[in-house]
Design a protein around this ligand. Structure first.
Ligand SMILES: Nc1nc(O)c(N)c(N[C@@H]2O[C@H](COP(=O)(O)O)[C@@H](O)[C@H]2O)n1
Length: 168
């Protein structure tokens, strides 16, 4: 059985396509996948840039949606998740994001890399590194230093960047 990374990155790309384009920001998609049982991954939530009100980022939106899950929501995903609370789930969660999580925000809001570290995410699978169009992003390095495994997924870079920069 493969890692399934391509499938979940494809879902993240579909999230990114839901973004309202902006000339001053990227269109990013994110999917959170919990692997309590490694062979039975479960999608906890997904998010995209500016989905929630304000200048919100994909990763933060997906995290926020996971934090809103009730015990009943969690059990409805699978009986194997019965009894798990969100903070525990997040420590077994893989983050699929079409663009490297931000380490600095021009708005001064909290960076996504910090939020993922605080949540204790297990791995971060990234479709493309952030080009230096807006800021010098060091999100992947920050995650690695905090002990989060970073996987640069091959074969997605061009698609992720095209979607990130789209203007229509
Ligand atoms: N990883 C990621 N996810 C998103 O949803 C994003 N919109 C971005 N954009 C990056 O965030 C920084 C800009 O910060 P502000 O939103 O202006 O505060 C900059 O690094 C963008 O490229 N990244």
């Amino acid at each position: 059985m493969g890692s399934g990374h391509d499938h979940y990155m494809q879902l993240a790309l579909e999230e990114a396509l839901k973004c309202t384009p902006s000339p001053t920001a990227y269109c990013v998609g994110c999917v959170l996948v919990v692997r309590i049982q490694p062979d039975s991954p479960i999608v906890l939530s997904a998010g995209y840039s500016r989905e929630l009100p304000g200048n919100t980022h994909a990763e933060a939106n997906a995290l926020g949606k996971t934090r809103s899950l009730t015990k009943a929501d969690i059990e409805a995903f699978s009986p194997t998740l019965r009894g798990y609370e969100v903070p525990q789930l997040l420590r077994h969660t893989d983050v699929y994001t079409t663009l490297e999580p931000c380490s600095i925000r021009t708005s001064g809001l909290a960076p996504c890399a910090d939020a993922l570290i605080k949540a204790g995410a297990k791995r971060c699978i990234i479709g493309a590194n952030e080009p230096p169009d807006f800021v010098n992003c060091e999100g992947a390095e920050k995650l690695k230093q905090a002990g989060i495994e970073v996987i640069w997924l091959e074969g997605f870079e061009e698609r992720c960047l095209t979607v990130a920069r789209r203007q229509v």
